[in-house]
Design a protein around this ligand. Structure first.
Ligand code: PLP
Length: 392
């Protein structure tokens, strides 16, 4: 009898085939990534790092690591190639959150001041939310977006000079505009702070040259591999060579045990794919699709936070409609359109309700959608929202 698990996986596969996937942080990996992640590498323990390492790391704690050593070295080389950088890279973090926690541990002591983007305005849970370990361990300060939803660099500078953070953090989960990493780096220099960039959402755009790169500016750069990079679920940490030992130690043994070599294999394949012209074409299409869909909503009278988008996502402010983000998310779900509710700047509702929704184009662009397809979906969403308003 087939396991119940495979029945569930089959149902999930059908859901993924059927639904229109607009969650900005999701994507569909290639068959090669899937195959690597489902490989025999899941059987192998390899605590530690490849033996021959420029940083003088100590090697592995288990025997039989000759092939995973080769794999991990290759994965590191490929990610440096993706971002055209000589930064040190650690490919072991199990997720974006694990990467961030290890990065903090390598740079900070408990109680140190950190300045990051407000969660309500597009930041991430691991950027100091009170419920997250980052918010419990560090003295968190937050910068805001202005009334139009843009990062307010004057506010960043003012707060950085006030609280003199040990770490200034740039990066967001729900921000549709280019982030001026050079301006952040300058503020970090003025304030005497480390500068860290969490490019989890936009890493694919950075790789393809569609967003300014933080390399050369930031001391530490973290990312996920499963969002616009279209790899397996996981994290990466890049750092300036002088921080390599601290970063590696903070990942293992600081916060993790054995690395997931099957996922590292998937990350290496994703890196190979990210170096291709086909990937650059894909990312350019993601950005064009987001712009086209965003414009379609604006032409139908919807309010878009910041009035547009430079990247793979945008936020609709539903305040005028009287509907909550939650209600719209749920009604769209019933209609086979998947996305998530999101706070808007100066949000008046709770994070469980919200006044906005976040829409992203990476996943459906992978499925081959182009501008006209996204415009069609925008009209479909508008139809559903209008029906909801008629019933209010
Ligand atoms: C998604 C995201 C993360 C966390 O990634 P997980 O793999 O879900 O832990 C961290 N930072 C930012 C900015 C993100 O958008």
């Amino acid at each position: 009898m087939p396991s119940k698990v495979f029945e569930i996986i089959e149902k999930e596969q059908e859901r993924q085939n059927r639904n229109i996937e607009l969650i900005a942080s999701e994507n569909f990996v290639s068959p090669d990534v899937m195959r690597a992640v489902g490989s025999c590498l899941t059987n192998k323990y390899s605590e530690g790092y490849p033996t021959v390492r420029s940083t003088g790391s100590r090697g592995r704690y288990y025997g039989g690591c000759e092939y995973v050593d080769e794999l991990e070295e290759y994965c590191c080389d490929m990610w440096r190639k993706v971002f055209r950088t000589d930064y040190h890279v650690n490919v072991q973090p199990h997720s974006g959150s694990s990467a961030n926690i290890a990065a903090y541990m390598s740079l900070l002591s408990p109680g140190d001041a950190v300045l990051a983007m407000n969660l309500n305005n597009g930041g991430h849970l691991t950027h100091g939310a009170p419920v997250n370990i980052s918010g419990k361990l560090y003295d968190m300060h937050f910068y805001d977006v202005n009334a139009h939803g843009f990062i307010d660099l004057e506010d960043v500078r003012k707060k950085a000079l006030e609280c003199r953070p040990k770490l200034l953090l740039a990066g967001a989960s729900a921000y549709s505009r280019k982030i001026d990493f050079a301006a952040f780096a300058e503020i970090a220099r003025e304030a005497g702070s480390y500068f860290m960039v969490d490019m989890a959402h936009i890493a694919g755009l950075v790789a393809a040259g569609e967003h300014p790169s933080p390399f050369g500016l930031a001391d530490v750069i973290t990312t996920t591999t499963h969002k616009t990079l279209r790899g397996p679920r996981g994290g990466l940490i890049f750092c300036k060579p002088e921080l390599a030992k601290k970063i590696d130690g903070a990942v293992f043994p600081g916060t993790q045990g054995g690395p997931l070599q099957h996922v590292i294999a998937g990350k290496a394949i994703a890196a190979e794919e990210a170096c291709t012209e086909a990937f650059r074409d894909y990312i350019r299409q993601v950005v064009r699709n987001a712009a086209a869909m965003c414009k379609a909503f604006q032409e139908m009278g919807y309010q878009v936070v910041t009035g547009g988008t430079d990247n793979h996502l945008f936020l609709l402010d539903l305040t005028d409609t009287g509907l909550t983000g939650k209600a719209v998310q749920e009604e769209l779900d019933r209609n086979g359109i998947t996305l998530n509710k999101n706070c808007v700047p100066n949000e008046t509702r709770s994070p469980a309700q919200t006044s906005g929704i976040r829409i992203g184009t990476p996943a459906m662009t992978t499925k081959g959608y182009r501008e006209a397809d996204f415009i069609r979906v925008a009209h479909e969403i508008d139809r559903i929202i209008r029906e909801m308003r008629a019933k209010q």
